[in-house]
Design a protein around this ligand. Structure first.
Ligand code: FEO
Length: 168
């Protein structure tokens, strides 16, 4: 069982995670258009991960005997201009998601809802990794620039990322 407030915030998080998937897919579309298929692959995999995050919340809400509420969301930005812009926005977005997860954890702690605290700990750890990934890639993209050999090498590196669904 979840309090009304915690349930409502968890439901909002489903929407945020699905929005993240859309946002990253829009970024993948930009890279596909630019023939940077490795970068596109990175964001397609990232979108898969975000969908799996949404499903974790969906399943947790169900397991608590509550009803998950699925809503729509705004259109993601699509007019990207560069790889640097994209990684800057992706890092900003992950920081926003981290703050939402932190707020959820603060609420779960305030309510001493231990199942939620335990569930949310995974997301706290995941966000550290997500921010670090985006931050590292932003510095790499800044270092190599938008044109030339460097970006193609980086693109090749990004092509190897795969999505591994977690065991339930
Ligand atoms: Fe689900 Fe990238 O945070």
């Amino acid at each position: 069982m979840l309090s009304e407030k915690l349930l409502s915030k968890m439901n909002e998080q489903i929407t945020h995670e699905f929005f993240s998937a859309h946002y990253y897919l829009a970024m993948a579309a930009y890279f596909t258009k630019e023939d940077l298929d490795g970068f596109a692959n990175f964001f397609i995999v990232q979108a898969e991960e975000e969908r799996s995050h949404a499903m974790k919340f969906f399943n947790f809400i169900n397991d608590q005997g509550e009803e998950a509420v699925i809503t729509g969301f705004k259109d993601p930005k699509i007019d990207f201009k560069s790889a640097e812009e994209i990684f800057t926005l992706a890092l900003e977005h992950e920081k926003l998601v981290s703050s939402l997860i932190n707020e959820l954890m603060a609420l779960a702690q305030e309510e001493k809802h231990y199942p939620s605290i335990s569930f949310l700990q995974w997301f706290i750890d995941e966000q550290v990794e997500e921010e670090a990934n985006m931050s590292k890639l932003l510095s790499k993209v800044k270092r190599v620039g938008e044109k030339g050999h460097g970006i193609l090498m980086l693109d090749k590196e990004m092509a190897s990322r795969t999505f591994t669904p977690e065991a339930e």
